[in-house]
Design a protein around this ligand. Structure first.
Ligand code: M6R
Length: 369
C-alpha cells in the first residue's frame, strides 16, 4: 500500500506531480480561461467582494500566506490570512462583501470549522478548499473547490499542501478573470506556467539525492533556521514546521528582512540555515536583498543551505550547499521550493530514528479546538 516506499510520506511526496496535475485537470479550458463551475458563488457576488480573508491551520495556513501574494497581485483585492484558532476570538470585521476562504486537507479541523461558522453568521460567503469529499468544512461552506491530492495518510502534510497552493492560484486567477483586472495578459501566461508545474515538480524530485545526504549529515544538530522573502517566507515557515513535526528539532522560519531586527543574534559557527532564494528575474530587488542576507549570515559562521533557481549564479559563492529548483515565475516558486524541504525533514527524521508517518503527539486531523 506504500507503493514500494518505506513510508507513506515518501509515497505522498513522490505523488506530487500527479496531485498537482489532477488538481489542475478540467479547470482550465483550451483558450486558457478558468472553468471553476464548482465555485457556485454567483459571479455577481464575486464581483462585489472587497476583501478576502483566508482561515486555516498549520500547513494549510502556510498555503494561505502564499495565496495572499497571488490574490493581491492578480486581483488587487485586499487579502488577510489568519490562523483559524485566533480568528473569531478577536471579533473580526466581516460582512457580505467579504469572501472567506477556509483551507483544510481533512475538512474536519475544528478551529477552521468554528472560524467559518463565525464568518457565515456575519453574512460572509465561505469558499472551502478541501481534499476530503463530503467532509464537514465543505458541507458547511457556500462552495468548495476540491484539491485532488488523493488520500493523504502521513500526518505531515505534503501533497495536500502543493494542491492547496494550486487551488489558491486557481481561485486568485478566477477572481481576476470574473472581475476583468488589467492583468488579463499576465493571467494567460500564469495559466500556461501552471500547466508546466507538474513537470517542474517531477524534475525537483529527480535531484533529491544530495539533499538526503545533507539531511543525514545534520542528524546530530539541535537547531535549523529557515529564511525567505516574499512567497519564500511562508515556504521557510513550512520547512521549519516539517522539521519540528518529523525530526523533533528546534526549527524556525523567518522573513529574511527581519534578520537584523533580532534573529541574526542566533547565528553561530556551523548553524545550518536554509535560505529560499526568489528568482533573479522579475523581482530582482528581492533577489539581491536575499543574496546580501546570505552573505551576512555566512560571515557570522552559518552553514548556508541555499535553494535557488537553475542558472542563478549570484548565490554560488555564498552557498555551502546548493539545491537547484527549476525556473518558475516568483509567485509559483513555492510549488518547487517546498519539495526539497519535505525531503530534508523526512530524511532527518529517519536518520534520528523517528516514526515518520506518525510523529509523536500529533494526529492527522485535529477535531478539537
Ligand atoms: O486538515 P487540515 O488541513 O485542516 O489540517 C491543518 C493542520 O492540522 C495540518 O496542516 C498540520 O499542520 C499538518 N500536520 C502539517 O504537516
Amino acid at each position: 500500500e506504500k507503493g514500494g516506499h518505506d513510508y507513506f510520506m515518501l509515497k505522498e511526496i513522490a505523488e506530487q506531480p500527479k496531485a498537482v496535475a489532477d488538481t489542475l485537470l478540467g479547470r482550465i479550458d483550451g483558450a486558457g480561461s478558468l472553468r471553476l463551475d464548482e465555485v457556485r458563488i454567483p459571479v455577481g457576488v464575486l464581483r462585489q467582494v472587497d476583501k478576502v480573508v483566508i482561515v486555516a491551520c498549520g500547513t494549510a495556513f502556510h498555503a494561505g500566506l502564499i495565496a495572499k501574494y497571488a490574490i493581491e497581485h492578480w486581483t488587487r483585492i485586499p487579502c488577510e490570512v489568519e490562523l483559524a484558532s485566533e480568528f473569531r476570538y478577536r471579533d473580526p470585521i466581516l460582512d457580505q462583501q467579504t469572501l472567506v476562504i477556509a483551507v483544510s486537507q481533512s475538512g474536519e479541523t475544528m478551529d477552521t470549522l468554528m472560524a467559518l461558522r463565525h464568518a457565515r453568521e456575519q453574512g460572509s460567503k465561505v469558499l472551502a478548499i478541501c481534499n476530503t469529499n463530503g467532509s464537514t468544512i465543505p458541507r458547511e461552506s457556500d462552495a468548495v473547490l476540491y484539491t485532488h491530492a488523493g488520500p493523504e495518510v502521513a500526518v505531515a502534510s505534503t501533497k495536500a499542501f502543493l494542491t492547496q497552493l494550486v487551488a489558491c492560484y486557481l481561485v486568485a486567477l478566477y477572481l481576476g478573470q470574473v472581475r476583468g483586472t488589467k492583468f488579463a495578459d499576465e493571467i494567460r501566461d500564469v495559466v500556461r506556467d501552471l500547466s508546466r508545474m507538474p513537470g517542474a515538480v517531477e524534475r525537483v524530485l529527480g535531484t533529491m539525492g544530495p539533499v538526503r545526504e545533507l539531511a543525514r549529515s545534520l542528524a546530530g544538530k539541535g537547531t535549523v533556521l529557515f529564511l525567505g522573502r516574499h512567497v519564500g517566507y511562508p515556504v521557510a515557515l513550512e520547512g521549519a514546521l516539517k522539521l519540528k513535526e518529523l525530526a523533533y528539532m528546534h526549527a524556525e522560519g523567518f522573513a529574511a528582512g527581519e534578520l537584523k531586527h533580532g534573529p541574526i543574534a542566533l547565528i553561530e559557527e556551523d548553524l545550518p540555515v536554509v535560505v529560499v532564494v526568489p528568482s533573479p528575474r522579475g523581482r530582482s530587488v528581492l533577489h539581491d536583498k536575499i543574496v546580501s542576507n546570505i552573505q551576512e549570515i555566512r560571515a557570522r559562521g552559518a552553514r548556508t543551505i541555499v535553494i535557488a533557481e537553475e542558472g542563478d549564479e549570484a548565490v554560488v559563492p555564498y552557498a555551502d550547499h546548493l539545491v537547484r529548483v527549476p525556473v518558475t515565475p516568483t509567485l509559483l516558486q513555492p510549488l518547487v521550493a517546498t519539495v526539497p524541504l519535505q525531503v530534508f525533514a523526512c530524511e532527518l527524521a529517519t536518520a534520528r530514528g523517528n516514526e515518520v508517518d506518525q510523529p509523536r503527539n500529533l494526529a492527522k486531523s485535529v477535531t478539537v479546538e
